[in-house]
Design a protein around this ligand. Sequence first.
Ligand code: GLN
Length: 489
Amino acid sequence: MSSLTELTAHELKGLLDKGEISSKDLVKEHLERIEKVDKKVNAFMTVTKEEALKQAEVVDEKRKRSEQLSPLAGIPMALKDNMCTKGIRTTCSSKILHNFIPPYNATVVEKLMKADSIVMGKCNMDEFAMGSSTENSGYFPTKNPYDLNVVPGGSSGGSAASVAAEEVVFSLGSDTGGSIRQPAAFCGVIGLKPTYGYVSRYGLVAFASSLDQIGPFTRDMTDCALVMNEIFGHDHKDSTSAPVEVPDFTKALNNDVKGLKIGLPKEYMNEGINPDIIECYKQAVAKLEELGAVCEEVSLPHTEYALPIYYIIAPAEASSNLARYDGVRYGLRVEGEDIVSMFKKTRSQGFGEEVKRRIMLGTYALSSGYYDAYYLKALKVRTLIKQDFDQVFEKFDCLLTPTTPTTAFNFGEKVDDPLSMYMNDICTVPANLAGVPALSMPFGLSKGRPVGLQLIGKAFGEGTLLRVGYTLEQNTTLTRPRPELKGVM
Ligand code: GLN
C-alpha cells in the first residue's frame, strides 16, 4: 500500500469511512512527515501539533457516533500565515507581526473547522504576500520540494510546498496577482484563484483589497472541488462578498470537453515564454482538441498593460492597508524619543525591503498631483482589461495559457532585480485585475521542474475550469508529478 501521506482527501475519506484508519493516525503520520521533511523544505512558520492531535480525537469520536461528516473531516491541512487563527500566531512572515495572536478566526478558517478539517499549521510566505519566491519572508525562504536549490514560487510558497512535499493533504493560499497559481505551477500542484467575491476575505490580512482572493492548493481536481465546496459562499462580514448560491462543485467533474470552446490568447505567447513550457502548452491544446474541444486563437489587446497597472494599483492599496502597522495597534513597537520617531523606528525595523518599496510606490501614485496621472489612469486601463475578457467570454467558455514564463528559478537569481521578479506574474495578474477565476494545474516537467498550465474562466465559471482540468487529469499522465525529494529524506 502507498503511504498515507501520498493520498488525496477523497482517497483518505474512503479509508476513514471504512474504519481502516483513524484521523489521529492520519495526523500522526503527517506530523512525522513534517518532522522529517520540513527541516529542509521550510514550508511552515508554525506547526500546531497539540491542537491538531486534539482536533483529530474529536473528529474520531464524531465518526464513532456515526455523525454526518464533511468529506474533509479529519483531513490534515495548512493555512498561509496571513489568515487569522484565533489563539495561533499569525505573522504574515513579517517581523512587524512577530507576536500577533489574533482574537478571532478568518471566515475560511471557521468554515474549515466546521467541516472538521485539521489545521496542522501556518505556512511561510513572502512578507505581506509581496513577492514571487518566498525570498521576501522576514524569517527564512521556503525550498522547492523538486529541487532544494530553486524557489517554490510565491507569495504562497509555503502553502504550495507543503502540499507538494506531502506534509498536508491540501492548503489555502491567497492570490493578489498570482500568488496561488505561480507557486502551484512551480511546485507541481493545483492552485485556484476564485472569482473575486466568491470566497470571504474576512480575517485575511489585507494586501490589495480589490485584488486579494483566498483559494486552495490540492493534488487533484476532485480535492479542489471538495475544498471549494467548503470555503466558498457569501459572508456578511465581508462587504465585497458576492451574494450568490454555491453549487456542488463535484458535479462539474465531468470527463468530457466535447464542443467546449477554449480560447488561446495570443498575447500570452510572447517571446519571453520558455520553449519547454510552450511545448507542454501545445501538447495540452492537442489533447483537448483530440477530446473534442474547439481551441482557437483569441486576442486580449490590453494584456501588455496589465503588469504595469498592477504595480500601481496593488502598491497604492497596500500603502493604505499597511498604514495600520504603527507600533500602537498591532505587533512590533520600537520606542523612540517621541511618537513620530516611535512610528518611524517601528516601521523601518518591522518592514522588509520589498514592503517598504511597495509602500513608497503606492504613496507616490496616490499623492496629490500624481493621483490622476497614475492611479486614476491605471483604474481606467483596468476597465479596458476587464472588457477584453468580457468580449472573449461572449464566444468562449474558458481560456488556456501558460501559468508562468519560466519554471522555478534559482535562489538569488531575481532578488536584486525587482523588475525581473515582477515579470514572473505576467500571465497571472490579468485575472486579478478583471476579477475572474483562474486555475493552475501541473502539465509535465521541464528539466525535472514542474510546468503549469493556466485555465481562466468567466466570473463564477469555476465549474468549467474544473471540468477541463478533470478531463486532462483523466486522459493524460502529465498532471500528477511527484517530487523525489532528493536530499530531503
Ligand atoms: N508576485 C506578485 C506581487 O508581488 C503577486 C503577489 C500576490 O499575488 N500576493 O505582488
